[in-house]
Ligand binder design. Structure first.
Ligand code: GUN
Ligand code: FE
Length: 433
């Protein structure tokens, strides 16, 4: 199963998906093709054939477009507090602990394994301010085989960040970011892993003007993706107006931070003109529906963004969102959109097919990676999931698809592959049968 369009998921029974040595899908052969049997037999003979049993399905792996890696050890805590209080009393003290590399190793190992077990084959991460701890995260992603985009968090505004957890000044924020970028380039070369550095101003309030502008220039110099938060909450939106007399999105744009490689988290408060700016800049929204319930003060207008041709993907926002599962976030995205409908925006409801598109194609487009679809030329990023109600429910493909969106949990995700490599597995594999 994979997305046919934003509005429709495709279901193709009885196909052979051939993956080449580099982990790219080479051919998709239907049962009616004349070499189906011979290709299948050759794969069985050389033990590269993987059979998917009845009641299980092969789906593309998911992309999580917004994860705060150091927050994993507090997932689910203090979510009743407003954003600013949650940041200052819980989140900044926790993130400050990541100068301890042994602690970072333990938390990051647990997080990346958990995300893979939930079907997330590509992750876009905020690290902490610590260059070395962020490299620990990159090495774990490389060794566990997840495709990863990782940012050293830049935050130096003394008005909005505590003394114990900030870059001392703009010079330090920019120098450490550049050092991290260069070390990631070296690590990528030496490990051959799919890891990329990301320019990461935490959000406008936490950065000085010099840092915002310097980061825009670094992104351009190294041609890198950019991530931040944009118009997450009424408070953040108002902050940009007070400091710059501009919308949050306009401030990011003024500093060169809205590009076709930018992924901006949340966007609950984005106006129609902000969406137009996102469209013009080809910037993506990372929709984090669980987190938005706690901190967003509103629901992100996914349908409206799609209609204005703004790309949207999904993010867990660990730990503003408590769940590491993109399935759980697809469910919440659909549920939250019903509230927009109730408040008069008739066209706002999203479907299971829409949510699945965000989790696969939307995320892949944001990061310019060839994943999220099962087609020749795309990376072999797969999850094999079991329909736990196969025996008692309808076998109509669209209904199976909706059931998978609503009922899959990590116990039903049997195998996960990134670029053709098995990165997670539970239970028996029936290879060759
Ligand atoms: N805005 C700035 N930092 C954060 C963070 O860590 N989480 C969320 N949800 N919003 C933020
Ligand atoms: Fe966030």
């Amino acid at each position: 199963m994979s997305s046919a369009t934003f509005d429709k998921a495709d279901f193709t029974p009885d196909v052979l998906i051939c993956v080449d040595q580099s982990g790219t899908i080479d051919r998709v052969i239907s049962v009616a093709d004349k070499d189906y049997q011979s290709v299948k037999q050759a794969a069985i003979n050389n033990s590269t054939y993987i059979h998917i049993s009845e009641g299980s399905y092969l789906l593309p792996g998911f992309t999580d477009l917004h994860i705060h890696a150091p927050q994993w050890s507090q997932a689910g805590l203090a979510l009743d507090k407003p954003l600013n209080e949650w940041l200052n009393t819980y989140t900044f003290p926790l993130e400050a602990k990541f100068r301890d590399l042994a602690f970072a190793q333990r938390v990051y190992q647990s997080l990346v394994a958990e995300l893979l077990a939930n079907g997330t084959t590509t992750g876009l991460y905020f690290g902490s301010i610590h260059t070395e701890a962020n490299l620990v995260l990159a090495k774990i992603c490389a060794s566990l085989g997840q495709r990863a985009f990782i940012g050293k968090v830049a935050m130096d505004n003394p008005d909005q960040t505590p003394e114990y957890y900030r870059d001392n000044d703009s010079k330090e924020a920019l120098e450490e970011t550049e050092k991290f970028v260069q070390k990631m380039i070296q690590l990528k070369q030496s490990s051959q892993a799919e890891i990329t550095a990301v320019i990461t101003p935490r959000f406008v309030p936490s950065c000085s003007d010099e840092t915002l502008s310097g980061l825009g220039k670094l992104a351009q110099k190294y041609d890198l993706p950019i991530q931040s938060h944009c118009s997450e909450s009424i408070w953040e939106d108002q902050y940009a107006k007070d400091r710059f007399n501009m919308h949050d999105a306009e401030v990011l744009d003024k500093f060169g931070l809205l590009t076709d490689k930018s992924i901006m988290a949340h966007g609950t408060q984005l106006s129609d003109s902000d969406l137009k700016l996102f469209h013009n800049k080809k910037t993506t929204i990372a929709h984090c529906p669980i987190s938005n319930i706690y901190f967003g003060n509103s629901v992100t207008r996914v349908k409206k963004a799609h209609q204005q041709q703004v790309n949207v993907g999904l993010g867990t926002d660990i730990s503003g969102g408590f769940s590491p599962s993109i399935y759980r976030n697809m469910q919440q995205a659909i549920m939250s959109s019903q509230i927009l409908t109730d408040s008069g925006d008739r066209n706002a409801r999203i479907t299971a097919a829409n949510a699945f598109y965000l989790a696969t194609v939307g995320g892949a487009k944001a990061l310019h990676v060839k994943t999220g679809l099962i087609k020749p030329g795309y990376q072999a990023d797969f999850q094999i999931v079991k329909d736990q109600y196969f025996d008692i429910s309808s076998n109509d493909p669209q209904e199976i698809f909706e059931r998978l969106v609503y009922h899959t949990n990590k116990e039903n995700i049997k195998q996960v592959y990134v670029s053709g490599k098995l990165v997670h597995s539970i239970g028996e594999n029936d290879n060759g049968k």
